[in-house]
Write a protein that binds this ligand. Structure first.
Ligand code: MG
Length: 374
């Protein structure tokens, strides 16, 4: 079985408002279509994704994504997408609206599973509100809602069956289930979800944003580190070499700030600390530059599907003065983490000459990191 996904994004819908079609409008930090793509890009069952676009929009997605040029109607666009997928040896296809960026994974999985026993499957929800027939803004009377369902996507099909059905379908159809039924295909019903909304009207953006933000995994981690002073003429702090009358003692380059930040990222991921990933007992890390540790933590975050939203680090020392170096430190950390410098904060405090930092026996650093699921 080879499963592909066809995302229909060629529409020019204007009911949702805005200057550009709804699939390209911003939503919870990305474009609507980027959320929709992400629903399927993370699924191991999906071999290929093809997006059908309006001819003017072909450059709006990266070259790595398979694209087909849409036609004048929705039917024509779906046919173009099916044609693009046909040479790839596809056996099953999910056809999804680009304007449904909030589809719960369980709905997608239900459609995929139903295709094991049916040539077609689609999610829907029963209508629960009373239905009225209305004319001239007046209620004429109730309509039966027995057996009436609200259709959603993704709608799943055995590939050859839906391609044949589209090839022989005359006229336009509201969706692909209509085309499948016209060809006599048995379409299994799976349970849809209220969150699986289709962005249609301006108010739908706010609802979609609430749903997406609600499912976001936000992680906070903290880190704390101390290194004692030793003989030397400089210290490494947050990736910057700072001239000082003493050095910092440690197994690595003793960059106390970078260690605290690295531990904060590991902490947010419940991945232990630097010592777990780079054991001090292992001689290969002796004198190692601390950016190796920080890069590793950032890589673990990325591999786990998180992006680093912000970092805040406080260095605790009487001297050296941090202020003149803080901007360079922000830039160095941002470069290693691959994020904008505006998301990195480095600040410093003294401890009013109290305790070990006050007596200038060493430097302490505390850091927090916020990670957000992508
Ligand atoms: Mg350390």
């Amino acid at each position: 079985m080879s499963l592909s996904v066809l995302i229909v994004a060629a529409g020019r819908g204007t009911r949702a408002g805005g200057e550009i079609p709804k699939q390209w409008q911003p939503l919870a930090g990305k474009r609507v279509i980027d959320h929709t793509l992400a629903l399927f890009q993370s699924l191991p069952e999906v071999a290929h994704i093809c997006v059908v676009l309006h001819p003017e929009d072909m450059t709006l997605l990266p070259a790595t994504i398979l694209k087909a040029e849409g036609g004048a109607t929705r039917d024509a666009s779906v046919r173009a997408g099916l044609d693009a997928l046909a040479p790839l040896g596809i056996t099953r296809v999910l056809i999804h609206d680009a304007a449904r960026p909030c589809t719960p994974p369980a709905v997608i999985q239900s459609v995929i599973r139903a295709l094991d026993t049916h040539p077609a499957a689609a999610p829907a929800l029963p209508v629960t509100d009373a239905l009225w027939r209305v004319a001239d803004n007046a209620v004429l009377g109730p309509e039966s809602r027995d057996g009436i369902y609200r259709a959603q996507t993704p709608q799943g099909f055995h590939f050859a069956a839906i391609r044949d059905a589209h090839a022989s379908h005359m006229g336009s159809a509201a969706d692909d289930v209509e085309v499948a039924r016209a060809a006599g295909l048995d379409v299994a019903l799976v349970t849809g979800h209220e969150d699986n909304l289709k962005i249609t009207l301006p108010a739908d953006f706010a609802r979609a944003e609430r749903i997406l933000r609600g499912s976001m995994d936000i992680r906070l981690g903290n880190g704390y580190d101390v290194h004692r002073f030793c003989e030397g003429d400089h210290v490494w702090l947050c990736g910057v070499k700072v001239p000082h009358g003493r050095g910092l003692d440690g197994h690595s380059d003793a960059d106390v700030g970078m260690h605290a930040i690295t531990d904060a990222i590991y902490g947010a991921l419940a991945e232990g600390d630097i010592g777990r990933h780079f054991p001090p007992s292992d001689p290969q890390w002796k004198g190692a530059a601390s950016h190796i540790f920080l890069r590793h933590a950032a890589g673990v975050a990325q591999a786990r599907g998180f992006k680093i939203s912000n970092i805040d680090c406080t260095l605790v020392c009487e001297r050296p003065k941090i202020g003149p170096h803080a901007i360079a430190m922000q830039a160095a950390l941002a470069d290693i983490l691959g994020i904008d410098a505006s998301r990195v904060s480095v600040k410093a405090t003294t401890s009013e000459r109290l305790g070990f930092t006050g007596r200038e026996e060493g430097i302490a650093a505390i850091a927090t990191a916020t990670l957000v699921s992508e």
